[in-house]
Write a protein that binds this ligand. Sequence first.
Ligand code: AMP
Ligand code: MG
Length: 486
Amino acid sequence: MGAEIPFRESFYLGLPSDFYKAAQPSPPPAPHWVVFNERLARELGLPQDADTPELLNLLSGGAPPNGSSNVALAYSGHQFGVWNPLMGDGRAVIVGEVAAPDGHVYDIHLKGSGPTPFARRGDGRATLSAMLREYLVSEAMAGLKIPTTRSLAVAATGAPVFRDGARPGAVLTRVARSHIRVGTFQYAAGRDATEELGPVRVQALADAAIRRHEPDLAQAEQPYLEFYRAVVARQAGLIAQWMLVGFIHGVMNSDNMAISGETIDFGPCAFMDSFNMRQVYSSIDAAGRYAYKNQPSIAQWNLARLAESLLPLFHNDEATALRLAQEALATFPSLYAQNLAAGLTRKLGLRPGDPDNEQVIALLWKTLGETRADFTNFFVRLTEMAEGLDVAPDETWAPFMEPWRAALGKNDKTEALAAMRVSNPRIIPRNHRVEQALAAANEGNLKPFHRLCAALQNPFERAPGNADLQAPPKPEEVVHETFCGT
Ligand code: AMP
Ligand code: MG
């Protein structure tokens, strides 16, 4: 019974009891594997033959292993800027954690395994296509070397879920460095405010987060402030990485931002094809709050909400605490800008630290904005030109080409190529390919899904057999809208 999996008791059980509720998954009638991530299983140190019937039973929401402590976590959050004091894992449970060979501890979390006490209106279930979408995109992020929660498996339940019609249901196994969100801190602060005992829950949560993510800080003079600074720095790095590959998260609510700095919650997320600063795909983001260009400022807004929650831990004196928080938060724009500039410098093969780079980068944005070039293939083409292949720029790129070539020429050729080849992916999960793979999977044909997953594991490799996956959509194939899939 997953006995061979060395599950440890979830560390959330060490938190005050109002952070979680015991939640049993609901056993599915006829579970079967749809996909099992052997590579990730190995990375986690799970046994080679992990995809056993016992594990299928566990990861589809069947009987939990002896001694397992299934919990659903409580959290609050700002959804599209609107405060929601009580959310939580409505359709998800953490079944335990594993200590992996890389030295980190990972939560093992089932999504779509039935309603928990936090499911208010929802059925606690998930569709196969939404779970496969999360699997595909989270593993694509991992392939792109972007911090992300991972997907260990998708198991079909054999029971339908109803989302404008009956759809196949499934359970996803999510693997994460932790499930502490900005919204978890907001929840802690909100609960503390109802009593007069001081920031007891915020402190318990911060101590747990430090133990998990920043153990070295436990001895620091100001561990909470240092912890906050570390979260700010991780987010600045993460959002820059999203921007560098054209990733649009789509639902950057404060409950969907992880303290670990991992990308979390793959609902309506999408990669843009044709460049557009204002690009939005999510069907529920009519105002464009989470548009591509807004992602850095939204991240900073969420980090301000985190600072508000942590404030009493920064200093006893409120004004001092506020000043410390503001100073730490104020580092975000420059940290983000540094990460972005460093990433663009690599993508363009420029010499690090050259004062002319800024001007080339400004021209890059201008050219992309004016031409609406395919964001991914623009950089692939530059890489191929730098390699000396017989490819030509589009005529419309002309204003950019001369300054770029001049700047490229100033860099060492080997170094320029090395940087470009590992920064400019050839394969991203293009929306139309994702939709095609999911549509086929819904009809029982998993071939396109597996093919796309395999290609996304090595997105920087030249793979002539995958030319169709690299091509932008034809006009009739363009996906304009993505859906949350809740
Ligand atoms: P999300 O949009 O995935 O960030 O989810 C927002 C909130 O809705 C979370 O508290 C989820 O647990 C909850 N939720 C989403 N889908 C369901 C569902 N099918 N059943 C119960 N709760 C759900
Ligand atoms: Mg969420």
